[in-house]
Design a binder for this molecule. Structure first.
Ligand SMILES: *Cc1c(COP(=O)(O)O)cnc(C)c1O
Length: 456
């Protein structure tokens, strides 16, 4: 029998109280930026030989550190891709941690992995991919894209003709930075198609026809984007799929941000063709209201992923033994030890039902369209393009790049909003413009109105 440490019990209750408070708050403080030297001065040394005690450390967290962070679910956080994890999912994130489950192998994590897989079945069903398609939860879209690229390349290299070739992938300029970064990790070249807006099948065809014979031999994958991070543009997935099938090239769809919109009837048609992909990335921690970190990679043929990702080691053999056998998430992506990061999504989906998810995603799209109308009606502002999915790009007439930067800093320093500029191509060069991305269904039109007023 362990001795019950009274201090520890009290600490546990304090932490739980904090968690409950935070989970029930829909308008947490936005937080203000603080320089490292300043934080150091405010908190002093925290790692010492004998420890400063949980009470003090927790005080430092509450009084100083958390106030220098931006809660991703703040309703006026419209920068980058914000997030809005459901209360149910956050509570279950705590439960996931408290349950101490190793989520790599069925032998240890069966119950947790089973639940995760139920959530995964729903994700797969959103894509419309054929029976047999399945996936795993990853640390995010970057890890998902990397896992898919490794699988695609290993599958391509099965053929002796390509054993010593450096691979080549084609994607669009609108593709996420992680595609280029992960191509470097995998050591393959990337050809960027400078499509005007969405990447069309015909653009891809022109790009392939323009390859040298040597390049064509090295081309093993095409990456389409299901909702560009910058503007919410969905590529012509149907057209790209047709060409990839004909040319026998792996078709990956990066829907890290936009994947949630597969649940929304109003825009689902934009994703037609995604069901023909060989692999699809979706980030539940973006538009499916999961806490960080939760990405997902889905494969048309998971066996190919297993061939590419299974790790060998005498200490791991038991996991693959008949007696311990089951679905091992570690065999389908790059990570071995992993938390059962799909569990919070599972609990929240089970709690609320999928219709509620559908409505919450539709609300983000609706907010983008309503904001578009407000911008059209405001003589100082101008839409750069029609809102796409939940992204709105617009300009403040007469503003220079430094005005947008000041706008960002002022709103952030006042703890009012996190809104940032981006760039958009105009007549061959890039223009600085404002951008909103809506995820949080608690964002009100009044929040948007107040933010727009900070531009007048
Ligand atoms: C956010 C994003 C990624 C990267 O995902 P992380 O979860 O941040 O690793 C990849 N692709 C697209 C389209 C994204 O929007």
């Amino acid at each position: 029998m362990h001795n019950i440490d009274i201090d520890l019990v009290e600490m546990t209750l304090d932490v739980m109280k904090y968690a409950v408070d935070r989970i029930t708050k829909t308008h947490p403080e936005l937080g203000v930026p603080v320089k490292e030297e300043e934080l150091k001065k405010l908190i002093g040394e925290t790692i010492t030989l004998n420890g400063i005690g949980g009470e003090r450390a927790f005080e430092i967290w509450k009084d100083v550190l958390v106030k220098a962070t931006v809660p991703i679910d703040h309703p006026r956080h419209l920068a980058f891709v914000p997030a809005a994890p459901t209360r149910a999912s956050i509570m279950f994130d705590l439960v996931t941690s408290a349950s101490s489950i190793h989520g790599a192998y069925w032998m240890e994590g069966a119950g947790g992995i089973f639940a995760e897989n139920q959530a995964m079945e729903w994700l797969v069903s959103l894509t419309g991919m054929p029976t047999g398609a399945f996936g795993v939860f990853t640390s995010g879209g970057t890890a998902a894209n990397l896992s898919a690229m490794v699988t695609a390349r290993e599958n391509w290299r099965k053929n002796d003709a390509f054993k010593n070739e450096k691979g080549l992938i084609i994607t669009s300029v609108g593709a996420h930075s992680s595609i280029k970064a992960m191509a470097q990790v995998v050591d393959v070249d990337v050809l960027l198609v400078h499509s005007e807006d969405r990447l069309e099948g015909k653009d891809l065809k022109v790009a392939i026809n323009g390859l040298t014979e040597q390049q064509r031999k090295r081309l093993f994958a095409v990456v389409g984007t299901g909702g560009t991070t910058n503007a919410g543009i969905v590529d012509d997935l149907e057209g790209i799929a047709t060409i990839c099938t004909k040319e026998n090239i792996w078709f990956h769809v990066d829907a890290a941000y936009g994947g949630g919109a597969l649940a929304a009837d109003s825009v689902r048609h934009l994703f037609n063709g995604i069901e023909k992909a060989d692999s699809v990335t979706i980030d539940p921690h973006k538009w499916l209201f999961s806490p960080y970190d939760c990405g997902a990679i889905i494969y048309r043929n998971p066996e190919l992923a297993k061939k590419a990702h299974s790790q060998e080691g005498s200490y791991l053999d038991i996991f693959k033994d008949e007696g311990a056998h089951g679905f091992n998430p570690s065999e389908y992506q790059i990570q071995l030890t992993r938390r059962v990061r799909g569990l919070p999504l599972w609990f929240s989906l089970a709690t609320h039902g999928t219709n509620k998810y559908k409505r919450a995603v539709e609300r983000g799209i609706e907010l983008a369209n309503l904001t578009g109308q407000m911008i059209i009606n405001n003589p100082d502002l101008e839409l750069v393009r029609e809102p796409s999915l939940s992204c709105v790009l617009f300009r403040r007439k007469g503003w220079k790049p430094k005005d947008y930067t000041n706008w960002t800093y002022t709103n952030h320093k006042q703890g009012f909003a996190l809104v940032t500029p981006t760039k958009w191509k105009k007549n061959g060069s890039y223009e600085t413009v404002a951008r909103f991305c809506f995820i949080n269904p608690h964002t009100q039109i009044d929040d948007v109105d107040k933010i727009l007023k900070t531009m007048s």
